[in-house]
Design a protein around this ligand. Structure first.
Ligand code: PRP
Length: 189
């Protein structure tokens, strides 16, 4: 980083996942997803979890040649219990209830404690979706508080404060084209 570097970029101590690595990850994940669903006769619906997974989902979907439909949800989990059926707050829900003939692919930017996706997949299965699979760009298994393993995973990362490519701190940094580690002084004041 030099004095031409935008301040937003300079708030990152270093780049953890480069644009090129993100692109390669999306290529690999798209191939895995394609292989998983290509013989299915069901409708495939990609469920994009707002806000953070928007850039990742956009990169992923343009690499898929399967017919797929797009839906959005906004969810957050809360409560310290370890039961996967714990509380989940849904502020934007699916606009359909015909899930029995549908394969759902839930797309996330990051799995941290695992609560959000654990609870969401339980909820969607309880709505009788034919299948529910999850795809995350990033996984922090060292932070896990509930037993959850994504079906498709881009990169396993250490327990660092990451921003960029959809991930925010105080709603900023989502537009960085890479995943960076935020400098401590940015969030410790
Ligand atoms: C982030 C991320 C996941 C969740 C992961 O969302 O997008 O949904 O947290 O954490 P967990 O595994 O501990 O449940 P956030 O609530 O920050 O919303 P955002 O995507 O709108 O930033």
């Amino acid at each position: 980083m030099n004095n031409q570097t935008p301040a937003l970029y300079a708030d990152c101590a270093y780049t953890l996942v480069t644009q090129e690595e993100i692109s390669a990850i999306c290529d690999r994940l798209a191939a895995e997803i394609q292989a998983t669903y290509e013989n299915s006769t069901r409708r495939l619906v990609m469920v994009v979890i707002l806000k953070g997974s928007m850039p990742f989902a956009a990169e992923l979907m343009k690499r898929l040649t399967l017919p797929l439909e797009l839906e959005f949800m906004k969810v957050s989990s809360y409560g310290a219990g370890t039961k996967t059926s714990g509380e989940i707050k849904i502020s934007l829900d699916l606009k359909r209830d015909d899930l029995q003939d549908i394969d759902l692919l839930v797309v996330e930017d990051i799995v941290d404690s695992g609560r959000t996706l654990s609870r969401l997949t339980t909820l969607l299965k309880n709505r009788n979706a034919n299948s529910v699979r999850t795809c995350t760009l990033l996984d922090k298994p060292s932070r896990r508080e509930v037993d959850f393993v994504p079906d498709f995973c881009g990169a396993t990362i250490p327990d660092e404060f990451v921003v960029g490519f959809g991930l925010d701190y105080d709603e900023k940094y989502r537009n960085l084209p890479f995943v960076g580690v935020l400098r401590r002084e940015v969030y410790e004041n």
